[in-house]
Design a binder for this molecule. Structure first.
Ligand SMILES: [Zn+2]
Length: 141
């Protein structure tokens, strides 16, 4: 599955710190996939990807691809944000419950926040210096 890409001119406010473990996540995102880790010991699936399971402490994760589909649990509009994020503000930050279970916090693209409970889709945002991700309202089925 390949996530939709949205081009956002300019550099990322805070580029991610990529290490040998998270490199797989960022490479997958560049290729249009949202991935995270599931614990082989207890099957806990979380986000962001983790080397150590937060449910049981095991250190045996496997990488899994997520659909990026989810539901908006909550959101807020940031009217006075840090200058690193301010280009194009105000902006919306939402909590998304992904279809596979994990909950994540991300920017919600668009001029108005969608209603709570809206179906959402994670997209890849392509910036001058690399990728991040965000959410948009899902297209009607
Ligand atoms: Zn576990």
């Amino acid at each position: 599955m390949s996530l939709q890409t949205v081009v956002l001119p300019g550099r990322r406010g805070i580029p991610p710190r990529v290490n040998t473990f998270t490199a797989r996540f960022w490479t997958a995102l560049e290729e249009g996939r949202l991935e995270s880790t599931r614990c082989r010991a207890c099957a806990h699936l979380g986000f962001p990807p983790r080397r150590i399971c937060i449910a049981c402490g095991a250190q045996d994760p496997e990488w899994v691809e997520l659909s990026g589909a989810g539901v908006l649990y909550s959101s807020t509009v940031i009217h006075a944000g840090p200058s690193l994020y301010w280009a194009g503000g105000p902006y919306t930050v939402g909590i998304i419950d992904l279809a596979e279970g994990p909950r994540l916090v991300t920017r919600v693209l668009g001029s108005l926040p969608p209603p709570i409970g809206s179906r959402m889709q994670i997209v890849v945002t392509r910036h001058d210096d690399g990728c991040l991700f965000a959410a948009i309202p899902a297209a009607a089925p």
